[in-house]
Design a protein around this ligand. Structure first.
Ligand SMILES: Nc1ncnc2c1ncn2[C@@H]1O[C@H](COP(=O)(O)OP(=O)(O)O)[C@@H](O)[C@H]1O
Ligand SMILES: [Mg+2]
Length: 287
């Protein structure tokens, strides 16, 4: 008998588990602390961008490495802005490791790459993510990345992309662009052409300080506007242990935060990330 059905079953199980896990931390299912942290992020972002009140703001979300919470942050930021009656588009600019369709239970194709290649129309690829709670329903337009292209950087940096974003600016108050990590590929640097500013996600107990430094350096080098940092998955400020930890971590990155906005952020319990970070630190200590 072939092995495939078993593997497929496992894949499906993994997908369902991932969906269940993600569902807990996005949109209307965010816990109270997370929802408040995102509201603070929304307020700070609106202040940072004030002066351009009527204009659409295109905000890129990036970080140093993968799995630091860029996509989760981009989704929740888009949701929180839409909750405040803003017209929002969540644009998946990470064409290499797309996750948004899976997380939001949308069609993975067609998307941005297909649109840029002229394979579909805007109507065919723009989808709506809807999150309902007892009290409200929030809707966010989403353009997923689509089929993985052989040349993501060229597509992202191309004239078609610029024209597309310019056109979309007329219809939205905010376009939130989920980008790949800065230290891995050139895409976020290339995408600076189309965004008004960047938010850098730093994951508590995982992102190392040198990586933040390198990310900031690379963005500064091309005069990108760094709007601020999101400190993702920080411990909830309730207990002393967490408070202490959060304070420590915040100070650890203070060199960077002090010159930019600091957007506190918390949600979820991050044990696996913490143990990975712990391991990384131990390795460093023993080196
Ligand atoms: N604050 C959080 N609490 C719990 N899990 C999180 C949090 N932020 C991200 N995750 C999880 O971490 C993993 C990586 O997040 P993701 O947003 O895809 O990272 P990136 O886009 O930076 O690669 C996902 O499984 C996501 O569900
Ligand atoms: Mg991502």
């Amino acid at each position: 008998m072939s092995k495939e059905p078993k593997e497929k079953k496992q894949d499906k199980k993994q997908l369902l588990e991932e969906r269940a896990e993600t569902r807990q931390i996005i949109g209307g299912n965010m816990n109270f602390a997370a929802a408040e942290a995102y509201k603070l992020l929304r307020t700070n972002l609106t202040f940072s961008l004030s002066g351009e009140e009527d204009a659409c703001c295109v905000v890129g979300v990036t970080s140093s490495f993968r799995a630091e919470g860029k996509s989760v942050t981009a989704i929740n930021l888009a949701y929180t802005l839409a909750e405040a009656q803003k017209r929002v588009l969540l644009l998946e600019g990470d064409m290499r490791l797309p996750t948004i369709a899976r997380r939001l239970e949308l069609n993975a194709t067609p998307g941005l790459s297909n649109l840029l290649a002229g394979m579909c129309t805007w109507k065919e690829c723009c989808q709506v993510y809807q999150s309902s709670t007892e009290r409200k329903t929030v809707k966010v337009d989403v353009l997923v990345s689509g089929d993985v292209p052989p040349n993501p950087s060229e597509l992202l940096g191309g004239q078609r992309m610029q024209l597309l974003v310019e056109r979309l600016r007329q219809y939205y108050d905010f376009i939130i662009v989920d980008l790949p990590p800065v230290t891995a590929v050139a895409d976020p640097i290339i995408a600076c052409k189309i965004v008004d500013g960047m938010i850098i996600v730093v994951r508590a107990d995982q992102t190392i300080r040198d990586a933040v430094s390198e990310t900031v350096r690379q963005l500064r080098q091309i005069d990108a506007r760094i709007l601020g940092f999101v400190f993702n998955a920080a411990g909830e400020g309730g207990g002393g242990y967490y408070r202490g930890r959060r304070y420590y971590r915040k100070n650890y990155y203070r060199k960077y935060y002090k010159s930019y906005n600091y957007y506190g952020g918390y949600h979820g319990d991050y044990r696996s990330a913490q143990s990975a970070a712990e391991q990384k630190r131990n390795e460093k200590d023993h080196a």
